[in-house]
Design a binder for this molecule. Structure first.
Ligand SMILES: O=C(O)CCC(=O)C(=O)O
Ligand SMILES: [Fe+2]
Length: 357
């Protein structure tokens, strides 16, 4: 990757790398593996809730199947698939008896060579994969309605009432990622790799960014004046969007009739800097200086998550998300939470020992 890319990223706060991944070799496998996970979870919840229309499930589109999963689980599916935010909810549930959402294909995708090579140009060769990653599966109105209908038909809670539902499957509001981490991470050099699995268009929910807004410090949101400068990033599977942690961004609504927009986003930062969510497990994705510290085994990763999430269920979140967003956690407190977790789980072995004798 030419130096001009890194310069542009520093200037604009975002970068679109077109055609980094091969559709067939790189995107299709993660799509297939994750779809199998969605189908397995949906099958389990449909059986458990005795969902009347489960015979026709297999013939439906992925958006319809995903909607059934959300509805039949009463939203628990998002706790499982995207626990990084849901752990803050008072009713957070972790289902160890379900197939892990931290599937090998996802781990392997996070540490793909092509992606790490791009990141190395931006943040250097000591790369830590932050525990903050998300799956955003933006449904059209028709499918959002289906979610609520299914939930009602099986007497489950309405998932649309859950705190992070909009971000995960509805509309992404204006924000910078930095504000969702403890304040001691605000100066960490965190970058977000936003990776579309489907086409992202203005109609189905593409990213919106405000160029160079990362230079304005940590802001709670975007002003109308800033929003006027926003540009849509329409991209295809294979493309990657890299965002600075302080770049203001959001997404358009999915106004399509029945299209869905699916993307993963993963955060990376130089090893040794703080991720902003120290009580969840990250891992060394690449280390040129100490390659033996890299994590290569996807099953270790999923067990680190199982241990961390079970611990969360037992102990609750270390602070409330509302307090974080209201700036009520002092810098001192943030530092002390991070220090506590660095001691408890300094590396992969620490996470594996968590909650054990
Ligand atoms: O995919 C989305 O709409 C959410 C994107 C986002 O906010 C992020 O990747 O940080
Ligand atoms: Fe974001």
């Amino acid at each position: 990757m030419p130096q001009a890319y890194a310069d542009k990223f520093r200037e604009d706060g975002f970068l679109v790398v077109h055609g980094l991944f091969d559709h067939h070799d790189d995107i299709a496998p993660i799509r297939k593996a994750y779809t199998q996970l969605i189908d397995a979870l949906a099958t389990i919840y449909m059986i458990e809730t005795d969902f009347a229309e489960r015979e026709s499930y297999a013939s439906l589109s992925l958006a319809d199947r995903f909607a059934i999963l959300l509805g039949a689980s009463g939203g628990a599916a998002m706790h499982h698939l995207d626990p990084i935010l849901n752990i803050y909810l008072p009713n957070y549930q972790h289902h160890l008896e379900l197939p892990s959402a931290q599937i090998p294909a996802l781990f392997n995708f996070m540490r793909q060579k092509k992606l790490l090579d791009v990141l190395e140009h931006l943040i250097g060769g000591e790369i830590f994969a932050s525990p903050i990653y998300h799956v955003n599966f933006k449904l059209a109105k028709k499918h959002l309605e289906r979610v609520e209908m299914v939930a009602k038909s099986v007497n489950q809670d309405n998932p649309a009432l859950e705190g992070f539902y909009n971000f995960q499957v509805g509309k992404t509001d204006w924000h910078m990622d930095a504000i969702s981490g403890l304040s001691d991470s605000h100066e960490s050099q965190i970058v977000n790799a936003w990776i579309p699995i489907t086409e992202a268009r203005a109609e189905n929910g593409c990213l919106l960014v405000i160029p160079a807004s990362h230079k304005s410090g940590v802001l709670p949101g975007a002003s109308d004046e800033m929003i006027e400068r926003a540009i849509p990033l329409e991209v295809n599977p294979g493309d990657v969007v890299i965002l600075d942690n302080k770049l203001l961004h959001g997404a358009t609504s999915n106004t399509s009739t029945d299209d869905y927009r699916w993307a993963f986003n993963f955060r990376y930062l130089p090893i040794g800097q703080t991720s902003g969510r120290p009580f969840l497990p990250g891992f060394v994705a690449r280390s040129r200086k100490a390659p033996h510290t890299e994590l290569h085994n996807p099953y270790i990763w999923s067990t680190m998550w199982d241990r961390a999430l079970a611990y969360r269920v037992e102990h609750g979140a270390p602070y409330s998300y509302a307090a974080l967003r209201a700036n009520e956690i002092s810098d001192e407190e943030a530092k002390s939470i991070t220090a506590h977790w660095q001691e408890l789980a300094p590396d992969a072995n620490g996470w594996l020992r968590l909650g054990r004798a």
